[in-house]
Design a protein around this ligand. Structure first.
Ligand code: NAI
Length: 338
């Protein structure tokens, strides 16, 4: 077998592709909303991920062009483009991970909750199809308001009889990405070394970065911590205002979405100690959904990790975010039942 391995390596010499597909299992990833502002760069980044063997790009329109374009990149995955609702089933069939950046983004002056009326219905219909065509997939919900769309997804799956709380994730990675960047700038440490948990939810004050747990540690003043916290909470709005009506974060969101999907794939493949923050079903607080550190494994969520020690400022932030997060969760559940 040693000889056979050598022969095979020789025969594929010069192409990474043969080697990568031998070492990583087949994994299909589907992106719903792939032709959008987030969807396009996310499609690019997932095409670069060697853990993906098939990448299905779905949108209501525009996916043939995106798929043709991305398919010319000489990496492992096969690209499949699907446009229109009648092709959604084929896009989803056999998917291990489904990423959902479908829906409308914010314009200046809007909160994430202002998107509810349009995006809630989109997430509900996409999750109905997921329950039918790939009920075991890990679902990464990006569409806002995440604090409500994740509860909507859970109710749709419950109704279909396919709900597994270990397989449903609200993507809050962009909050972590922002917290790391802003902290590194203030603390004057190497950004690549920074770790900061961000807990709670994904809107305004429900976003709670735990800078008291940030590493490498730095002696920041309470004013500096407060400013960093506010900037992380308002990071999305900073981009919405800078884009002045042309949408919200797309490039940094695509990066964050790719990081989180990669963590899900690593978990599925049995890589140990894969931990990312995510908005999941939770018993960490008295709220049914909450973002915190999550250990990912072969079945999705392996363990929802606790909050750890909080500073007084973070304890106050935690109590302050609960009413808004609670009502956003309830709004989602109510919508799903209506
Ligand atoms: P966009 O408008 O550029 O793209 C959205 C795409 O979704 C469009 O291509 C549209 O055709 C597609 N779409 C609409 N209905 C669909 C359906 N039923 N099935 C499939 N595709 C459908 O918007 P963008 O900037 O890509 O944002 C997408 C969502 O992501 C928004 O809800 C936004 O608020 C959210 N977002 C979430 C973040 C997070 O941290 N979780 C950060 C930034 C944005």
């Amino acid at each position: 077998s040693m000889l056979r391995t050598l022969a095979r390596r020789t025969s594929t010499a010069g192409t990474c592709r043969g080697f990568a597909s031998e070492s990583a299992p087949d994994r299909k990833v589907a992106i719903l909303g792939a032709a959008g502002g987030i969807g396009q760069p996310l499609s690019l980044l997932m095409k670069l991920n060697p853990l993906v063997s098939r990448l299905a790009l779905y949108d209501i329109a525009g996916t043939p062009g995106v798929a043709a374009d991305v398919s010319h990149i000489n990496t492992r995955s096969e690209i499949l483009g699907y446009a229109g609702e009648e092709q959604l089933g084929n896009a989803l069939e056999g998917a291990d991970v489904v990423i959902i950046p479908a829906g409308v983004p914010r314009k200046p002056g809007m909160t994430r909750d202002d998107l509810f009326n349009i995006n809630a219905g989109i997430v509900k219909s996409l999750c109905t199809a997921i329950a039918k065509y790939c009920p075991h997939a890990l679902v990464n919900v990006i569409s806002n308001p995440v604090n409500s769309t994740v509860p909507i997804a859970s109710e749709v799956f419950k109704k279909a009889g396919t709900y597994d709380e270990k397989r449903l994730f609200g993507v809050t990675t962009l909050d972590v990405v922002r917290a790391k960047t802003f902290y590194a700038g203030k603390a004057k440490v190497n950004v690549a070394d920074v770790i900061v948990p961000v807990v709670g939810g994904h809107a305004g004050v429900t976003i709670l970065p735990l800078f008291s747990q940030a590493t490498p540690s730095a002696n920041l003043s309470s004013e500096e911590i407060e400013a960093l916290t506010k900037r992380t909470q308002d990071g999305g709005t900073e981009v919405v205002e800078a884009k002045a009506g042309k949408g919200s974060a797309t490039l940094s969101m695509a990066y964050a979405g790719a990081i989180f999907a990669d963590a899900c794939l690593k978990g599925l493949n049995g890589v140990p100690d894969v931990v990312e923050c995510s908005f999941v079903q939770s018993t960490v607080t008295d709220l049914p959904f909450f973002a915190s550190k999550v250990r990912l494994g072969k079945n999705g969520v392996e363990e929802v990790l606790g909050l750890g020690a909080l500073s007084d400022y973070e304890k106050e932030g935690l109590e302050a975010l609960k009413p808004e997060l609670k009502s956003s969760i309830e709004k989602g559940i109510k919508f799903a039942h209506a």
